[in-house]
Design a protein. Structure first.
Length: 278
């Protein structure tokens, strides 16, 4: 039950971080937002390292850096897919892949959730697809390049969840330090090789900092949830994060949910209830 609570809270926080990140990209270049949120998260986790019991080890840092590498590449590919494709294809493809990959890997590794929990997993996968749909976009405009990039992005996010699940439980938050360090390096190398500016737009820095802090808080919650629950259940619950982004857009920005997205939010709540009751 604790793992379900942590994973559900993690999804809410991830979704909130994405909401702030989306606001920031309206005022700044995407790569600048990604880089500054990653640096903010790194600075945020440093004072937390001595607070949770654990010690650094090669294994913890290696698993963490592998996760950060996959997550960093996933973020870059996701934004590139959005730039060249349509949201109604890119978002559900990425979100579904990031949820489905950990489920498959968890089952292959021998995890066997209760049947009612597996029903919740199936419901959650459907919810991820529905809440990510944008009826205002034209699916027919999709091209192969953005679709492949969104698939690769989802694999990156899914691998992030899988690799963090493998870290030893006595290492505290050191895997997250390794993960964020790796992602900062990836984005910095990309910025240097492409000559992109990393300067934020006017007035965007507070929003970027909020997004970076919330993203790291969500990473902490995921790590704690993964240490207490099955990968199959925890990762799919965390992947429901688009629901909270949509709700924030609805109540803060006044954006309207379409019928499909509203149905997805309802399915997400049902999925959490089923998994929690198992």
């Amino acid at each position: 039950m604790m793992a379900v609570l942590l994973a559900t809270t993690c999804a809410v926080v991830y979704g909130t971080a994405d909401f702030f990140g989306g606001l920031a990209t309206r005022r700044s270049r995407v790569l600048a937002v990604v880089m500054l949120t990653q640096i903010t998260g790194l600075l945020f986790v440093l004072p937390l390292l001595p607070l949770l019991p654990g010690r650094p080890s090669f294994g913890a840092l290696a698993w963490g850096m592998g996760a950060g590498l996959c997550g960093g590449l996933g973020v870059i590919l996701f934004y590139r897919a959005l730039a060249g494709g349509v949201m109604s294809v890119v978002a559900p493809t990425t979100a579904t892949m990031s949820a489905a990959l950990p489920v498959v890997v968890g089952l292959v590794m021998g995890e066997r959730p209760e049947p009612i929990a597996l029903g919740g997993v199936a419901l959650a996968l459907a919810a991820v697809v529905l809440v990510s749909r944008d009826s205002g976009s034209i699916v027919g405009g999709a091209t192969l390049g953005p679709i492949l990039q969104s698939l690769a992005s989802g694999l990156g996010f899914g691998a992030f969840f899988i690799l963090l699940k493998q870290v030893p439980q006595d290492t505290g938050l050191w895997p997250l330090f390794g993960a964020r360090l790796a992602s900062v390096i990836v984005v910095a190398v990309l910025a240097l090789t492409t000559g992109r500016t990393l300067r934020p737009g006017r007035g965007a820095l507070p929003t970027i900092v909020a997004a970076g802090i919330l993203d790291m808080v969500a990473n902490v919650l995921y790590l704690l949830a993964a240490q207490r629950g099955l990968l199959v259940l925890v990762a799919v619950l965390v992947s429901l994060y688009p629901a909270s982004t949509l709700l924030l857009a609805r109540f803060v920005l006044g954006e309207r949910l379409n019928t499909v997205q509203a149905a997805g939010v309802g399915l997400a709540l049902g999925a959490v209830a089923l998994i929690a009751s198992a």
